[in-house]
Design a protein around this ligand. Structure first.
Ligand SMILES: *Cc1c(COP(=O)(O)O)cnc(C)c1O
Length: 387
């Protein structure tokens, strides 16, 4: 059996080596390291893939979030609501811009922002909502967009974990994750579903004026060379990374399928076990699946995350590492409990779900190169341990 890895970047690279190397060589041969033709080609390819008018590449997914918020003109004191159970980058940029983060609980089945908790958190100061499509599954965007429209709030989708996912609305309309709100952001960090070989990120929008504003912000606030109209940043996707991404983008759908196949294997192995809750996949209330479904387009399984309900999560975590099965706890601490983001307005009783999830979740190896031998070994080891 091949060595099991949490993410197998080497195995994936081996299959696309020629096209990736050609792209990189093209950059080296032309020395077009910054803003070269491959950046523009990748941008156009991604716009087409996502069916979105504007993709603005930038340096990483954290910058993408920050720049999106700057582009929307959010100001000090504006409240921005996001999920308590996510990677810190989401809340970090809110705080960094001196906006006021408002963390809310998540749903117990999808781990995505809880719609009732979101409604309760809205005040006259609320300006924006940041849904995070956590672990690759799109949040309930039907309900969320309805609330945003009713309260005149911006929606910034943190799509760092769900690029390639497709959301089906109640009326049957389909949209790619990250293209539903006013603006979407993503990360091309190597281990993300569409990863480059360094840092990278992008911002998506269908709003022409916002795209124009953001293109200036990523480039020192310049709209005409050496004329700085707004305070901007320096945030670029370099040409080598764009070349890697351009070579990988045609494989993204295949990568999504490979992840879903691995998830299906895991689901089948663990179903009906009373000590394990497998991930719930649900497109939304009344989608084309009509109900909670096995595996569907709304989930691209950035992570495959179980809940261990017999109190043995930490023991399982340690045992699997002993057995050379990598695994991880995403996330071990709720954001509202992090030193940097504590706020006297929060009560522990506001976050019953997150407080439970941090004790029960465990993420298993998930990538495009998992084979059946590996999956069998992983699932058997877990089931034997939990007997
Ligand atoms: C990875 C990630 C980010 C940040 O992306 P970087 O490219 O590492 O800056 C933001 N939000 C979420 C949910 C992420 O998973």
């Amino acid at each position: 059996m091949k060595k099991i890895q949490m993410v197998d970047l080497q195995g994936q690279y081996a299959k696309i080596k020629e096209s990736v190397n050609n792209s990189i060589e093209q950059v080296l041969d032309t020395s077009a390291y910054i803003n070269g033709p491959l950046v523009h080609e990748f941008q156009a390819d991604l716009e087409k893939y996502l069916t979105v008018k504007h993709v603005i590449p930038c340096a990483n997914g954290t910058d993408a979030l920050q720049i999106a918020m700057m582009g929307l003109g959010l100001e000090q004191g504006d409240e921005v609501i996001t999920a308590d159970f996510t990677f810190a980058a989401t809340v970090e940029v809110i705080a960094l811009l001196k906006l006021t983060p408002v963390l809310v609980d998540v749903e117990p089945d999808t781990f995505n922002i809880d719609i009732e908790a979101l409604k309760k958190a809205i005040t006259p100061k609320t300006k924006a909502i940041v849904p995070v499509h956590l672990f690759g599954q799109v949040a309930n965007m039907d309900a969320l967009m309805e609330i945003a429209v009713a309260h005149n709030l911006f929606v910034i989708e943190d799509n760092a974990q769900a690029i390639g996912a497709t959301y089906t609305f109640k009326d049957g309309t389909k949209k790619k994750a990250g293209t539903i709100g006013n603006v979407g952001t993503t990360s091309f960090f190597p281990s993300k579903n569409l990863g480059c070989y360094g840092d990278g990120g992008a911002i998506f929008t269908n709003d022409d004026a916002l795209a124009h504003t953001i293109r200036g912000i990523v480039n020192h606030g310049m709209y005409t060379r050496y004329y700085h109209d707004v305070v901007g940043v320096n945030s670029r996707l370099d040409s080598i990374q764009a070349g890697v991404l351009q070579a990988k983008l045609p494989n993204l759908n295949t990568y999504c399928d490979a992840r879903r196949n691995a998830a299906r294997f895991y689901n089948n192995a663990f179903k009906n076990n009373p000590k394990i809750t497998t991930p719930t996949t649900k497109s939304n209330a009344t989608n084309n699946c009509g109900q909670i479904c096995d595996i569907c387009d709304c989930h691209v399984f950035h992570q495959y995350t179980l809940q261990i309900t017999n109190g043995k999560r930490d023991e399982l975590h340690a045992y699997l590492l002993e057995q050379k099965i990598p695994n991880a706890i995403y996330y071990p601490v709720a954001l509202h409990a992090q030193k940097a983001y504590k706020d006297t307005r929060y009560k522990e009783s506001d976050f019953p779900v997150t407080n439970e999830l941090i004790k029960t979740v465990i993420s298993l190896p998930m990538h495009t190169e998992l084979d059946n031998d590996q999956l069998e070994f992983i699932t058997k080891t877990i089931l034997d341990f939990l007997k």
